[in-house]
Design a binder for this molecule. Structure first.
Ligand code: HEC
Ligand code: HEC
Ligand code: HEC
Ligand code: HEC
Ligand code: HEC
Ligand code: HEC
Ligand code: HEC
Ligand code: HEC
Length: 506
């Protein structure tokens, strides 16, 4: 922490810092001269810019790190971009300026909405933190304007107050439920109040932020994973994936979406719990294995597996699919009235569903239990991978059928071996058996293969795991499946099944 010019504020801050550990982790400094002019009373305690031309916020005059990072975000150019669009009019201003939107204030006649001054242009600190006149005049622990990370469609607070509506339906799509009941706006009740506190690190916002940004401070913050309860837990909200103050990654994301790495990819911070069987667990099934599947690392590898094989499909290859998970699950589309160019809806891709059910215009519906003909596979085309939706659907159906065949074979072998020696296939016995058996490995690989999306994420890996484990079951136990399908790869490989595959379907 550095202090520049000595003034009365500095001493207040010093004494505040003596009791608060929080401010030692960031750089807070004071500038010389008058910090800011008193805001008009009509602006209701929003201080805004003290130097609008240079985008210098009053808050940022002390919180210099935040000022530097925020000034590079699109929030800092919201006003200029609005003007440059040529469409600026009365209705536009509220979301492109600093006022009650985004914070706890409910009175609409505040900030730019009551005082049309350059001081309140752009989405500034106080858009999210709320008015800070008291704190900026005399900062102390008791008057810190903390931001909320809550997100909801009918909220009077948070990102969703601006990121909403037919043009920007981020919060609306995020909130949309689907048939699997697995949306980012929901929390699995099992993951709360469970003896294993690590569940909350992926299933709640507070738990995830304790991992991603341990020093973050906000209204709903908790001190440790054990303090997260059903009463205070929030789901995977905007601020889990996006850093409100900016980041080196595109779209203010906390981690890269292009990194083909389990450690560095944003989505794979969570989508990677049990990609492979974990020794001595009673749960013998895959749990959020999507990341490792994409990167060729998931599955139980039988003894006859060629150790040199790392099977990464086209979908997990950045040169073919640059934004990986997001290339299929987060795509933006403009939806027009069917057969016309009349705008209806801007799909922001924030339902995170790769092939959503859509209505006649192509707008995603809330139901996700429609027939395949009512789903759109446009992500497969927009990502540049497939020539047409028909081509993508054909690949999907071919691979789906092939995996179903192998799963049927595998299940018949599991049934036979269970009849011969049930302990060999008994998942509950995992803790007592000396080693993980081949039959349990088969059960695990079937659970992996039947996870929704698994055969899309990496068809070559899934097929090869099933083939190799089925072969091992046959030779090791001397049994044969009740139904027979080819045990050679049927899903077409562009080259030898090693390393990166390059682009496959066209
Ligand atoms: C005059 C300097 C100054 C100004 C201006 C200022 N702050 Fe602060 N701020 C501080 C100090 C000092 C602290 C530490 C207070 C404490 O913990 O006692 C602090 C703490 C905070 C914290 C909590 C930090 C943490 O890690 O827990 C937030 C959030 C915050 N300020 C936001 C703002 C916002 C938003 C504005 C603009 C409305 C603003 N500040 C303006 C000096 C300032
Ligand atoms: C007061 C309204 C408002 C609030 C509150 C708000 N935003 Fe924004 N946001 C905007 C506007 C307007 C833009 C577009 C600015 C532009 O492009 O000129 C934007 C742009 C963005 C972008 C695009 C960045 C990029 O590089 O493409 C992200 C991401 C974003 N906001 C995330 C958030 C998050 C997360 C929150 C809550 C923590 C939030 N916003 C709160 C209005 C708001
Ligand atoms: C409900 C809040 C809201 C209103 C009202 C609103 N905007 Fe925006 N605007 C946003 C948000 C949020 C974004 C950022 C979206 C994104 O990054 O995808 C944005 C982004 C933009 C952008 C930047 C787009 C780009 O390509 O970077 C322009 C230009 C824009 N708005 C113009 C307008 C105009 C013109 C109006 C009035 C007709 C308007 N906005 C009204 C919330 C709003
Ligand atoms: C902080 C952890 C976390 C991150 C980061 C994360 N997810 Fe998730 N995701 C989850 C959890 C937890 C669920 C299950 C939600 C539930 O409990 O209902 C989920 C569910 C999903 C689903 C199920 C269907 C749906 O409608 O939401 C998809 C698809 C998905 N995530 C894709 C992604 C993608 C793509 C990314 C990266 C852009 C991502 N996730 C980043 C934790 C995360
Ligand atoms: C788009 C909304 C948004 C904007 C704009 C914004 N903040 Fe924040 N701020 C948050 C949220 C949400 C948190 C808590 C989560 C986090 O820090 O990642 C936070 C946390 C903080 C903290 C507490 C320490 C920490 O890292 O958590 C400080 C200090 C702070 N902001 C200062 C500022 C200043 C100064 C500005 C303007 C230069 C600013 N913020 C702009 C939403 C915002
Ligand atoms: C699970 C992670 C995740 C969550 C939760 C999430 N986003 Fe995003 N968001 C992304 C990703 C990934 C992208 C970028 C996609 C790309 O570039 O291909 C993105 C892009 C954006 C953009 C820029 C879009 C554009 O095309 O200009 C805005 C604005 C945005 N998100 C706002 C929000 C808001 C508001 C929320 C909360 C309602 C939210 N996001 C929740 C992952 C997330
Ligand atoms: C490393 C991150 C991570 C951890 C830790 C984690 N989960 Fe999950 N979990 C996810 C993701 C991501 C999903 C959604 C994607 C999927 O189901 O493949 C999910 C899905 C679920 C589901 C619904 C689907 C299913 O498989 O039944 C339940 C229930 C669940 N988790 C419970 C838990 C419990 C209980 C714990 C703690 C013992 C836990 N999770 C720990 C990331 C995690
Ligand atoms: C090539 C496109 C593609 C890529 C890349 C991709 N997915 Fe998927 N994913 C899909 C499709 C398509 C489905 C749905 C399968 C279905 O409907 O049968 C799906 C399903 C899922 C599901 C289950 C959704 C549900 O409703 O239960 C989750 C979770 C998921 N993907 C997460 C991820 C994550 C995380 C990544 C990155 C590690 C990723 N996906 C990469 C296309 C993709």
């Amino acid at each position: 922490m550095r202090f520049f010019k000595h003034n009365h504020l500095m001493f207040i801050a010093l004494s505040a810092c003596a009791i608060a550990a929080a401010c030692t982790s960031e750089k807070i400094e004071y500038r010389s001269g008058a910090n800011f002019a008193a805001p008009a009373t009509t602006a209701a305690s929003f201080v805004g810019y003290f130097d609008a031309a240079n985008k210098q916020t009053v808050c940022g005059s002390c919180h210099v790190d935040y000022q530097t990072r925020w000034s590079q975000t699109k929030h800092a150019s919201a006003w200029a971009d609005l003007q440059a669009s040529g469409g600026a009019s009365g209705v536009c201003y509220a979301c492109h300026s600093t006022n009650n939107l985004g914070n706890a204030v409910t009175d609409t006649a505040v900030g730019y909405r009551s005082t049309q001054d350059v001081r309140y242009h752009d989405v500034q600190c106080e858009s999210c933190h709320g008015p800070g006149l008291t704190h900026a005049s005399s900062p102390s622990q008791g008057n810190v304007p903390l931001a909320s990370i809550k997100a909801d469609t009918n909220a009077t607070n948070g990102c969703g107050e601006c990121h909403t509506g037919t043009h920007e339906p981020f919060v609306n799509q995020w909130k949309m439920s689907n048939a699997s009941g697995l949306t980012h706006s929901e929390i699995q009740s099992h993951a709360l109040g469970n003896a294993s506190t690590d569940c909350v690190g992926c299933h709640t916002a507070q738990g995830a932020l304790l991992r991603f940004a341990p020093t973050a401070n906000f209204v709903e913050q908790v001190s440790s994973p054990t303090a997260i309860t059903a009463a205070n837990a929030l789901p995977i909200v905007c601020a889990v994936c996006h850093d409100p103050h900016g980041s080196p990654n595109t779209h203010q994301l906390r981690y890269s979406i292009s990194a083909p790495s389990v450690d560095q990819n944003l989505c794979v911070q969570c989508h990677q719990r049990y990609p492979s069987p974990v020794a001595l667990t009673t749960r013998n099934s895959a749990h959020s294995p999507e990341g490792p599947t994409l990167f060729g690392l998931a599955g139980w590898f039988p003894p006859n597996w060629n150790a040199a094989d790392t099977i990464i499909g086209t979908h997990g290859t950045p040169s073919a699919n640059p934004t990986l998970c997001a290339g299929c699950h987060v795509q933006r589309f403009t939806v027009n009235k069917a057969g016309t160019s009349t705008f209806v809806f801007q799909d922001a891709g924030h339902s995170f569903i790769a092939a959503p059910c859509v209505d006649a215009n192509g707008q995603p519906t809330t139901s996700q239990s429609c027939a395949q003909t009512s789903k759109t596979y446009r992500s497969c085309v927009q990502s540049g991978c497939h020539a047409s939706e028909t081509a993508a659907i054909s690949a999907y159906n071919t691979d789906s059928l092939r995996v179903q065949q192998l799963v049927t074979m595998a299940n018949s072998l599991i049934k036979k071996e269970t009849a011969i020696k049930s302990a060999e296939c008994n998942e509950a016995a995992t803790t007592t058996l000396p080693a993980f058996t081949t039959c349990m490995g088969m059960i695990f690989n079937v659970s992996l293969a039947t996870k929704p999306g698994a055969f899309v994420h990496n068809p070559f890996l899934i097929e090869q795991l099933l083939i190799t484990t089925i072969t091992q079951m046959q030779t090791q136990y001397g049994i044969t499946p009740s139904v027979l399908y080819p045990l050679t790869p049927q899903i077409v490989l562009p080259s030898k099944n090693k390393g990166l595959f390059g682009r496959l379907f066209k």
